[in-house]
Design a protein around this ligand. Structure first.
Ligand code: SAM
Length: 449
């Protein structure tokens, strides 16, 4: 099969049945061999329709007599695909979007409904000719933003608690973009200049990122990551700029003992090893063995020797008590700072899952703080923007752990740019053009047991 729209329908069926969007997409990309352009279109259609689902459903609700959720499942997905192309894909002529969608309906058991599909899509085009916004939006301002930018109301509300309306809208728009790829250069194998040159020689454009000495942002489409020069030599890792800030905030030194309590697949563990010149001992703990296998593979590719694996639940592991000079807790979280990378995440997380995660995060910080020696450091980080998983976890921890205090970034450190008056760092993606992140450095006093 070579029709990217038909293949998109197959992947979307899987996603609507519960599969992760990236897993479902990779499955079809591996199964069907497509030319590069069609692979690009397939990826755009799958990720785009998942991301814009709420907006696309609102259009169906407006134009059809039956609500979107009452339509047969496949028909709803086919309409999503057609409407997505009409609304968001300027490169696809409207007539091609309509004809290919009608064809898709015909080939997937809806031969009797091709008139309905054709009519609905053409009605949308006609409305768009009359008004720049064919979609009728509700009066309620939260729902209005949620429908326009395709987010559940509760996420809009979480952002509105922290940002103005205008910034909330900017953040919504930012999260609907195709994500960029950043590299972190491994200074133990090469230099940033050498990587820049190697990439340039194969036509890959890059740019440096302020405050991050080993970071390069890739510009434009680069093809498969494994084919970028230097991958097999361990010259670099893929890691977003804001995730690179975490290693610098921890500031590990050669010869120290560092415990990375939620380490897999090892983006930050390998950064820590590089910052320590691969000298010292790093314990990489995680409860998921399959993810730790990826960490091992990454450490091997980067030629790092100082990393040791420990499979287990970091809410326990008493063998680590009072052994770490520095501990990193890069906690499992709702990922509200990386919604652009995971198009289905906004539909998977709920206010209830956030409460559940914040409970786990509190248990993890309470126990991993015991891993730290007196006078040592613990960095808590998440890639979410929800105060319940960030500020609240830290405030509650500090209130019940008098031997701990926040150690804000030094005035001469690059992280200062993201620092808040409370001493923790919050990276807002629409301001900094990088993934959303929260991180804080905590210090245990010398006289604690
Ligand atoms: C945000 S990810 C870590 C990403 C990693 N630090 C990196 O930079 O590549 C969170 C990790 O926590 C792990 N995890 C979740 N609950 C855990 C627990 N109770 N104990 C140990 N690891 C846990 C998950 O398996 C997941 O790999």
């Amino acid at each position: 099969m070579t029709n990217p729209r038909q293949i998109a329908l197959i992947a979307l069926r899987d996603i609507h049945a519960g599969a992760y969007a990236d897993v479902a997409l990779n499955k079809v990309l591996q199964k069907f061999s497509l030319p590069n352009l069609d692979r690009g279109l397939l990826t755009e259609l799958v990720y785009g329709t998942v991301r814009r689902q709420r907006t696309l459903d609102a259009i169906i609700n407006q134009l059809a007599s039956k609500k979107s959720h009452q339509q047969p499942k496949d028909l709803r997905t086919i309409l999503h695909l057609g409407l997505y192309q009409l609304r968001y894909q300027e490169r696809i002529p409207p007539s091609a979007a309509v004809n290919t969608t009608v064809e898709l309906a015909k080939n997937n058991g809806f031969a009797g409904l091709t008139g309905f599909v054709n009519g609905l899509l053409r009605q949308y085009i006609r409305l768009g000719e009359k008004s720049p916004e064919p979609l009728k939006l509700p009066e309620n301002p939260v729902q209005r933003l949620g429908i326009l930018h395709s987010f559940p109301d509760w996420i809009i509300e979480v952002w509105l608690e922290q940002l103005s309306w205008a910034e909330t809208e900017q953040l919504c728009q930012w999260m609907n973009q195709t994500p960029t790829i950043d590299l972190r250069i491994n200074p133990l194998r090469t230099t940033i200049e050498e990587v820049e040159e190697a990439l340039q020689s194969v036509g890959i454009l890059t740019r440096r990122i302020a405050h991050l000495p080993q970071a390069l942002r890739l510009i434009g489409n680069t093809g498969a990551i494994q084919n970028i020069p230097g991958f097999s030599q361990g010259w670099w890792s893929v890691q977003d700029a804001s995730a690179q800030l975490v290693g610098y905030l921890l500031n590990p030194q050669p010869g120290e003992v560092v415990i990375d309590a939620c380490a897999a697949p090892g983006g930050k563990t390998t950064h820590i090893a590089e910052l320590m010149q691969d000298q010292g001992k790093i314990w990489a703990g995680d409860r998921t063995a399959s993810r730790l296998a990826k960490l091992k593979e990454n450490a091997r590719r980067l030629h790092l020797q100082s990393i040791h694996i420990c499979t287990g639940d970091s809410r326990h592991l008493p063998q680590f008590y009072h052994t770490g000079d520095r501990v990193l807790l890069d906690a499992p979280c709702s990922g509200l700072g990386t919604l652009h990378r995971h198009p289905d995440a906004r539909w998977r997380q709920t206010p209830e899952s956030v409460v559940e995660l914040s409970r786990l995060q509190s248990q993890l910080i309470a126990n991993t703080s015991k891993f730290v020696k007196p006078g040592g450091i613990l960095v808590y980080a998440t890639c979410t923007l929800h105060p319940k998983e960030n500020e609240d976890v830290i405030s509650t921890f500090l209130a019940s752990h008098p031997h701990w205090q926040i150690q804000p970034p030094r005035v001469d450190s690059p992280q200062l740019a993201y620092s808040t008056p409370q001493g923790w760092l919050k990276v807002w993606p629409h301001r900094e053009n990088m993934d959303g992140f929260f991180m804080v450095r905590l210090r245990k006093t010398n006289n604690s047991e």
